[in-house]
Design a protein around this ligand. Structure first.
Ligand SMILES: [Zn+2]
Length: 262
């Protein structure tokens, strides 16, 4: 290879590595202004459980919706992930108060990306207690997303399951990120799979910049066995469905790994 053709080859390689993938929620750091305009919707999905959805306009992917939950815990709410933006999170707290009459007292953050924790600083300032995987604060600091003040050391272990009022917080192992958690709403057999679980209309794994493609399948298999009775599975980006979303995600993983081998 001549020197010029080597440079041309290296340039092409760099460009293709930095192409945005079709769904890339990690680019949201650059899209905070859009976040501030985004509206949040709150929908009751079963007794004492609400789905919250906010969205961002991601370059190369268009409007991407992002889900979290609010779960009634006696006289207050446990929020599972913030809305996708700090102002959107403030709107979310207002909407939940109007809908349920309750305030958010606890927040579970399912990993360190912006779509999960954009509003965490504001929630902490309101007095909410925050629960994350022990790696989440340092990973947030490295990425430059808001840094949760607290974490749960018991969630460090693979397959850890922590009982927490009406929910169980678990650590299936590395998948979409090294720190991704899942949340099980016990009474309703409802699994919040976060970004480790893809929606039926997702045709790719989304943003895999921080993913562990080799351990992701094992983590999903663990969730399949542990939560085999799940009646509803809620993914981060798309419509809730049934346990089949785990197999759908495993299929997308196999396709991605095969494509990378070629
Ligand atoms: Zn993520």
């Amino acid at each position: 290879m001549t020197r010029n053709s080597l440079i041309a080859f290296l340039t092409m390689a760099l460009v293709s590595c930095s192409q945005p993938s079709s769904e890339n929620p990690s680019q949201i750091q650059t899209a905070e202004t859009t976040a501030e305009k985004s509206l949040v919707s709150v929908k009751k999905i079963t007794d004492g459980v609400w789905l919250h959805t906010s969205s961002q306009n991601i370059p190369g992917a268009g409007i991407v919706p992002s889900n979290g939950l609010a779960v009634l815990d006696k006289d207050s709410l446990i929020l599972v992930d913030t809305a996708w933006g700090e102002i959107a999170t403030q709107q979310l707290a207002q909407k939940l108060k109007a809908e349920t009459g309750k305030d958010i007292s606890k927040v579970v953050i399912t990993h360190f990306h912006f779509d999960r924790l954009a509003g965490v600083d504001w929630l902490e300032a309101q007095g909410a207690e925050v629960f994350t995987h022990p790696l989440t604060p340092s990973l947030s600091a490295k990425l430059g997303t808001p840094i949760p003040n607290t974490s749960v050391s018991a969630l460090a272990k693979l397959g850890a399951r922590t009982n927490f009022g009406p929910i169980e917080i678990s650590y299936p192992g590395p998948a979409h990120t090294e720190d991704n958690l899942m949340v099980w709403v016990k009474e309703h057999k409802l699994l919040f799979g976060g970004c480790a679980v893809r929606a039926a209309n997702n045709r790719s794994l989304g943003n895999i910049a921080d993913a562990d493609l080799s351990k992701w399948p094992t983590s999903l298999q663990w969730a399949k066995v542990t939560y085999k009775d799940a009646k509803m599975v809620v993914p981060s980006h798309g419509n809730p469905a049934g346990i089949e979303l785990l197999d759908h995600s495993l299929k997308l993983l196999a396709e991605t790994v095969n494509a990378e081998k070629k």
